[in-house]
Write a protein that binds this ligand. Structure first.
Ligand code: ATP
Length: 307
């Protein structure tokens, strides 16, 4: 298994440079989050990886094959879940999956067995014999995921897979994605819900204005000060203790407690020791945003400053 390799990839639509310079690698067994603001080129990049759009420049390898010169090899090994499912409205869920499996060359019996397996996997048993047009958005997402998995692909490209899913289905999706990766598959998943990716992804590809952030930029962004949220049963005492320790100037007090920007985990350890030592009844002390969001916000801020 060979994962995903992207180097210097660019694609324009007329004078819109949707992807300008994308370079990254995702090794087999890993889940990478594809993160970027609206219009930063995520879908365009995924379409190129899926062999549905030709890059203007650069090289791509998906499961070891080039989507430009070997699209059939790529499609045989890659599962693609688009952000919106185009489906055959009159087919039932089961028929749609059987048809997909047949298109990938399975015999009728094998296609039926695979469809049953996938219906169970994405929890659509009760809807298996209903036409796909009656499915809700979240149910369509689950069908779309099942369709991406129909040929047991090595590489999975998921565009906003969690959108429209309820919390139980989201938890199911996270567990399924982790399991697929633990079987040695490579997963690239785009999402705006960074907390969602935080739980699912073990690496991140940050896209901004069509350019992927370099490793040193990401490392620098990860080291910048981040906000910590402190809650106390006694907000007044918390405020006094922050002032006394010299944090009063930078801390932002609100009705939930305080937000304090801290440069390192050591600073966080010192602050909580100080608060507890000063008798503040601290009820919670944690980073206000997750790692991915912190880096994303920092990179976005820098991007705006550079622009
Ligand atoms: N077929 C197209 N023709 C012209 N412009 C396009 C086309 N597809 C995408 N674009 C433009 O390319 C840029 C990147 O779009 P893309 O859909 O890849 O972004 P995205 O990161 O997926 O956005 P979002 O987070 O909103 O889904 C946008 O400015 C978009 O308008």
């Amino acid at each position: 298994m060979a994962g995903i390799e992207v180097s210097g990839v660019a694609r324009a639509f007329g004078d819109v440079h949707a992807v300008r310079d994308a370079t990254f690698t995702v090794e087999p067994g890993h889940v990478a989050g594809l993160i970027g603001p609206n219009g930063s080129g995520k879908t365009t990049l995924l379409l190129m990886l899926a062999s549905l759009l030709r890059p203007d420049a650069g090289t791509i390898r998906v499961a070891g094959f080039d989507p430009v010169t070997d699209p059939a090899e790529v499609r045989a090994r890659m599962g693609w879940m688009p952000d919106l499912l185009g489906s055959w409205a009159s087919l039932t869920v089961r028929e749609a999956l059987v048809t997909s499996a047949r298109l990938y060359g399975r015999s009728t019996d094998a296609a039926r067995a695979r469809a049953d397996e996938l219906i169970g996997l994405v929890d659509l048993d009760e809807l298996a014999d209903r036409p796909t047009r009656v499915l809700s958005r979240g149910q369509k997402q689950r069908l779309s995921l099942a369709r991406a998995l129909v040929h047991d692909p090595e590489v999975l490209l998921l565009d906003e897979p969690a959108s429209g899913l309820d919390p139980v289905a989201r938890a199911g999706l996270r567990a399924l994605v982790r399991r697929l990766a633990s079987e040695g598959r490579t997963v690239l998943v785009s999402s705006h819900v960074l907390a969602e990716l935080e739980e699912m992804a073990d690496q991140a590809v940050y896209l901004s204005g069509g350019v992927t952030a370099a490793a040193d930029e990401i490392a620098r962004a990860a080291r910048t000060a981040r906000d910590w949220r402190v809650r106390s049963l006694d907000p007044e005492r918390l405020r006094t203790a922050l002032d006394a320790a010299g944090w009063g100037e930078v801390a932002r007090i609100d009705n939930l407690g305080a937000i304090v920007p801290l440069a390192t985990e050591e600073d966080a350890a010192q602050l909580i020791a100080h608060l507890v030592g000063a008798g503040v009844p601290v009820s919670s002390f944690a980073p206000a945003v997750g790692d991915l969001e912190h880096v994303f916000l920092d990179l976005s801020r820098n991007g705006e400053e550079d622009a």
